[in-house]
Write a protein of this length. Sequence first.
Length: 766
Amino acid sequence: MLDKLVNGFESYLFRHRAFVILLFAIATIFLGLQASNLKMDAAFVKNIPLNHSYMQTYLKHQKQFGGANSIMVAVEDTSGDIFNPNFFDALKNVHDQLFFIPGVDRAQVKSLFSPSTRFTEVVEDGFAGGPVIPADFSTTEYGLKVVRGNIEKAGIVGRLIAEDYSAAMVSAQLMDFDPQTGEALDTLAFAAQLEKELREQYETDEITIHIIGFAKMAGDVADGAKGVLLFFLIAILVTAVMVFFFSKSVALTILPLVCSLVAVIWQLGLLTVVGFGLDPMSILIPFLVFAIGVSHSVQMINAVKRRVTDGQTTKAAAALAFRSLLIPGGVALLSDTIGFMTLLAIDIGIIRELAISASLGVAVIILTNLMLLPLLISYTSVSANSTEQPQVNPIWLKLSKFATLKYAVWVLVITAVLYGVGLQQANKMKIGDLQGGAPALHLDSRYNQDTFFITDKFSITTDVMTVIVEAFPEACTYHSVLTEIDEFEWLVSNTPGVESTASLASVAKRVNAGFNEGNPKWSVLPRTTASLVQAVGRVPTTSGLLNSDCSVMPVYLFLEDHKAETIELVIDKVNELKLKMDTDKIQFKLASGPVGVMAATNEAVAEAQLPMMLYVYGAVFILCLISFRSLRATIAVILPLYVVSTLAQALMTQLDIGLAVSTLPVIALGVGIGVDYGIYILSTMAVRLRDGMPVQQAYYEALVERGSAVIFTGLTLAIGVSTWFFSALKFQMDMGILLTFMFLVNMLGAIIILPAIAAVFWRQPK
């Protein structure tokens, strides 16, 4: 029945091939125009699991206490001393310039020049204070001396001023929208503005500008992603050379490349049609679509060449190749598509868009490379002389021995040992980032160097986790409530990885000591309501330590870094304390701040890992079962894939690559693409085995028919992604390493492990 449908479809296509090619051309022009409108999109909310409980807390209190989408600008005096007129002029200019950039929440801009940056001191009559920068400030020697004194009284050294007085900080929270246009904030355009209006304008030989924050990181990642275009061009050239070497025909070199580029155009155009853009991670997908398209094209070229050698005309050879490859090629690509769609189960926008982008790209390959390519080939002339092969291929004859029991036993034993060692290492794989700074960028990047400067010079860190304490109105005037917060803060502060903490309770204790001549013995929480109100009343809501009715009071945890182990330790400690201290009246809720977002992301990735693998393998299993109608054949295809996936996770452990948003999809991509090798090999073997042919002979004939194309495909894909080793983006380099490994080893699995399994499953009677 299926054969009749395929034959009928082939007859219709090739009878109307000119019309079908015209339809492809029209569709390509239309989608090409759509693709020209595609924009880069790196919105902050795409990178977080919005439905995670931590993120629900984060979004609930984002407007009151700011979020994780912040910008920190450190202005450094290269002489090492900020107290000079030139520095204060530069700091004032940076503050004002950042204040007026669209998208900045102006109420949240903090620096020495902010009116909310005040000092308080204990004098004979009680308290005295005012702005750190007086209204009559001038950059004279006296004015700078006054400011130095105010800075020390304000207790902002380490927060707004570097501990060695070599730099000062300007920080701001970002809004989700551009107030001028009302549209979502263009993160990449904002990052470009920071570079142009701050660094380029105010950085001199005496002044250095250091900028960090999600928006700036996204901008630097997007700049690095532009190098993907160069890798794409290199991949096209390398692929062209290899395809020509394989086909020995200019026409059979150009046509696969054209059809694969058409698939990329269709993918980009369809992304625009469904309303998506490209982000720095999914920008890699068009490259993979091109590579996958070429790999399936090679199978088509190989099939056409063999039939021309057997005496067929080019048109007849193309039609027969289409018939023979539509089912195995379609199943392979459908497996890829469904495998990628399983990533939709992960509650992170950037991964879901990558899943949609990859699924669209691979799905259109079924049309462009399995249908359009043979139609175009039918108009060319393929020479039979260039395709002649010896009657017995000695290489394939040697490889066919893997399909005998003698060799199969050794192959399976070695595979089992490798799997055991790999599984042991894979179980040690970490979730999250394993390096300091921005994990998407190399350690020597400007962004990470800026990060290291700020964390080195300031006692605060960019790695902040906020625990939100939810109580009831006027809760901060109750001694029992602040005592709970104080105890919680003290217990968390003694957790490994926590550098310092801040909360309303700790500040109120210092204020109370100030009311008592600064005596440290009075650095306690007053037990009487009147005294407590007096202490708390000195803390404004702009401090970020309480909301307007004092029902919500964050506890800020400043961590040493955002490595996976550090985050896990702190989260476990907070959860332990929550179980003991949460009541109906007061609750400690995780989490906000940059590290809160990372914690939620790590947990989402950890939760998604097993379901994603089950979905991927489940989809491949069902499609292979439908295609081969044999449980043995399905297991023979999937088992090598599973072993390679485990070895890839072991490789991640050895190379200190954590399972993160950027690396989680790699396993699914590797499985989805790797299954193609086994399907092509076994689809030929299955026909021979059903006819009663011995396993070794069936495997030999499969190698003769498709072995060279399978090996060529594995090498081409691996060489293409190996160029990512030289990327300016660390996550792209990591993806390149893992994909190169999976493409090569999956190919070896199909050539070596699959026939060994077949030798056991299809044992011949003596």
